[in-house]
Design a protein around this ligand. Structure first.
Ligand code: ADP
Ligand code: ZN
Length: 299
């Protein structure tokens, strides 16, 4: 059976995996994201070492990366990271460098589209041809599956940066997005929680007012997407969602905001199966990269 390489290239860490699928993981490693050359060299070293030890080829490499990314195959800068504020990473040809070093087919998508693909192929949205995967982590992003394919559109969705109502009397915090201040990510990311409350999200106890506010912002974003794209399921991943009280609060507030307008038994009778946790846990992104690698050879 063919085995593939997968990389989840995150702003804080890289996860690399060799696998045939979630039941056939051959090797994995993770390391911090530092400057581009050193970080990519470490990933390349991991795959080289595996091929040498296993005496087996990798059929292809998939990458799920932080962005923004150029995903237009007709563009001269296809496969490049574009305007990221992350120091050193703007305009890095991430797909090209890995292809040149490993000499195998390489494909790239956003980290969140990759996670959405993995959950569709093997996880919480299996069998549903439309879904959204949100990560509520250090930042916020979302991947979208429409008609069984990751959605790109003009560039790719940037749902972390949608605008949501911000009542400055109830929440005077100005937001942390360097581009927009109080966009969704600016108000509700792990970074926003840390700066608004003066401690990291994992230290905010259950029952802290942070969680009511946080659930309210996430519910607003979800309602916007239910009304825009009508996904058949919404998956909420990322470190902040590890706060166990948060998911039930988000479900409750989303129902309240929808106010019985969107009439589907999937939502009204089954909110617990409509807004769910990822089934692949914190491996959604890197397994999505494996799924992307498989899909190059399928077409
Ligand atoms: P990243 O987004 O950097 O890839 P994660 O998805 O792990 O990484 O998200 C990290 C964020 O999650 C941080 O802001 C951290 O404070 C927050 N976090 C981690 N664990 C918890 C927890 N148990 N409860 C709430 N927030 C958490
Ligand atoms: Zn923003």
């Amino acid at each position: 059976m063919a085995v593939y390489g997968g990389i989840e290239a995150g702003g804080t860490k890289f996860l690399c995996m060799v696998a045939g699928g979630p039941q056939d993981i051959r090797a994995e490693t993770r390391f911090p994201t530092t400057e581009p050359d050193a970080t990519l060299a470490r990933a390349i070293g991991f795959f080289h070492a595996w091929r040498q030890a296993a005496r087996q080829p990798l059929a292809a490499l998939g990458i799920g990366s932080f962005g923004p990314l150029d995903l237009n195959p007709a563009s001269p800068t296809y496969g490049h990271i574009t305007s990221t504020p992350k120091p050193g990473w703007a305009h890095v040809d991430i797909a090209g460098k890995l292809r040149a070093a490993l000499q195998i087919p390489v494909t790239l998508d956003t980290d969140v589209n990759a996670a959405a693909v993995a959950e569709y192929r093997w996880g919480a949205s299996q069998g549903l041809d439309s879904s959204i995967y949100f990560t509520i982590g250090t930042g916020i992003g979302a991947g979208v599956i429409i008609d069984g394919q990751p959605m790109h559109g003009l560039l790719h969705p940037e749902m972390g940066h949608i605008r949501i109502p911000h009542d400055r009397q109830a929440d005077p915090f100005p937001g942390v997005c360097p581009f927009h201040g109080d966009c969704f990510e600016g108000l509700a990311s792990g970074n926003a929680l840390r700066l608004r409350w003066g401690q990291p999200a994992e230290q905010l106890p259950p029952g802290h007012p942070a969680w009511e506010l946080e659930a309210g912002y996430i519910a607003l974003a979800l309602v916007n997407q239910v009304c825009s794209l009508s996904p058949k399921r919404i998956i909420l991943g990322g470190g902040v969602m590890q706060q166990a009280d948060l998911l039930p609060l988000v479900r409750q507030k989303t129902l309240r905001l929808l106010n019985n307008y969107v009439q589907s038994p999937t939502i009204t009778a089954g909110i617990e199966t409509y807004i769910v946790s990822p089934l692949l846990g914190n491996r959604s992104g890197v397994l999505g990269a494996i799924a992307l690698a498989q899909s190059i050879l399928d077409c």
